[in-house]
Write a protein that binds this ligand. Structure first.
Ligand code: FDA
Length: 393
């Protein structure tokens, strides 16, 4: 039996951060990880360059049944605090669109930083650990039984992440532990994920595979202006990943394929200034020809601008600026970056990340019902929530 102050389950972004902070407080910390390596998702993130945070982090960038929950942690360990670490380690980084911060070289830089910090405060990480059962004893200690070893601790931190990319070892472990302790778990679904299409749309749009363009996509009240990518399986690109966090099965997406111009007004002007030009020539200056051919019937495309009626201009604008499509589904956890839903934040202290009703039990990171937008927000949540728990475990 190993007796320790703190056991953290999961050596991912939030678990490592929590372990470091607890270690700094001279707590004896053991991290138990199922996989053969720590921080696998960090390594695969941001196309291998890890979009580790964002210059602008606001509670509005997160989705939760309790939208206030994330505020405290995000304000106590901010993007600037994490950036201080990155700068202290002289990790080269750069800003991309929308304030997104990426490593110049490799996501390994972020993981190595976290592992060096763990090392410097004596955090012990045990890999390939299969946890069989967790018991809460009458002396308020947690007994964690694994195949090889049993652990006894007063503070138990669940940092096992969400369900995305099961191939990388994602498990529902954290949700099961919550349920074991009577904590509600909101239904989960794949987030930041591409869409698949209904058979007819798929057939029509498969020819567009490879086309990428700026669009404004909306679902109910939410919209994003980012790139859309047509793939052979459906719709992807940052715009689609962002809106997937808000989309529910059966809902339609409205897509403005020319978000930077007022198309109806533009066409009305060209009716007089380019009266002899064919509509298809005018539109080809704005959009890929293959895309135009999929959206607008050929006869209309061959019309001269002068011949277009007001109703036809409205119809063309509708097809391009209010293109409506009902996805069939999402690609699911196989390709999702995050998991929506999860452990109910109302059961957790937003200050400590500890459970109100189970003293000593903490949940941090993606296992909680807090999901960020694309752009470094999910890592920032992992750092912030992990940091907070690390102050109290
Ligand atoms: P995380 O998943 O990091 O860690 C959980 C750990 O628990 C894993 O090591 C897992 O093996 C372990 N575990 C699971 N079950 C266990 C069990 N039963 N016993 C022991 N250990 C167990 N976000 C962002 O902000 N910027 C980005 O660039 C990206 N890019 C990105 C790309 C891809 C492909 C994916 C899939 C995800 C992203 N993300 C992202 C999201 C980000 O990776 C994610 O939100 C954080 O890693 C969540 O951190 P956690 O610590 O909560 O879980």
């Amino acid at each position: 039996m190993v007796e320790t102050d703190v056991v953290v389950i999961g050596a991912g972004a939030s678990g490592l951060m929590c372990a470091i902070e607890a270690g700094k407080r001279k707590r004896n910390v053991k991290v138990l990880e199922l996989a053969a390596k720590p921080g696998k998702k960090i390594l695969m993130s941001g196309g291998g360059r890890c979009n580790f945070t964002n210059y602008s982090v606001e509670p509005d960038n997160y989705i939760s049944h309790n939208p206030h929950f994330c505020k405290s942690a995000l304000s106590r360990f901010t993007q600037w605090d994490f950036l201080d670490w990155v700068q202290r380690y002289r990790i080269p980084y750069h800003e991309r669109e929308f304030g997104r911060l990426f490593c110049n070289d490799s996501a390994k830089d972020i993981l190595n930083m976290l592992l060096t910090e763990c090392d410097s405060v004596g955090v012990d990480i045990t890999l390939n650990t299969h946890i069989e059962v967790i018991e809460h004893r009458s002396d308020r200690q947690f007994l964690i039984k694994t195949k090889l070893q049993n652990y006894l601790c007063r503070s138990l931190v669940i940092a096992t992440g969400g369900l995305s990319i099961p191939k990388m070892g994602a498990t529902p472990f954290g949700y099961k532990i919550a349920e074991q302790f009577g904590i509600k778990v909101w239904p989960t679904s794949a987030g930041l994920v591409p869409f698949t299409l209904q058979p007819d749309d798929k057939q029509l749009l498969s020819e567009l595979s490879g086309i990428a363009l700026l669009c404004r996509v909306s679902c109910l009240e939410q919209s994003f202006t980012e790139n859309l990518l047509f793939t052979h399986r459906g719709l992807s690109g940052p715009a689609m990943l962002q809106i997937s966090n808000y989309w529910r099965p059966g809902q339609s997406l409205t897509i403005d394929l020319l978000p930077e111009i007022d198309l109806a007004e533009y066409l009305r002007q060209l009716k007089t200034t380019k009266s002899k030009a064919a509509l298809k020539t005018v539109l080809a200056e704005l959009l890929p020809k293959r895309l135009i051919a999929c959206l607008i019937e050929e006869k209309l495309l061959n019309s001269n601008m002068a011949d277009l009626s007001a109703a036809q201009i409205d119809a063309i604008t509708d097809c391009i600026s209010h293109w409506t499509i009902k996805p069939n589904a999402t690609e699911g956890y196989r390709t999702a970056e995050v998991t929506l839903g999860g452990v109910d934040c109302n059961a957790i202290s937003s200050k400590t990340m500890g459970c109100h009703d189970v003293p000593g039990l903490y949940f941090i990171g993606e296992v909680l019902d807090v999901t960020g937008w694309l752009g470094g927000y999910n890592f920032q949540w992992a750092w912030s929530s992990g940091w907070c728990a690390g102050q109290y475990v």
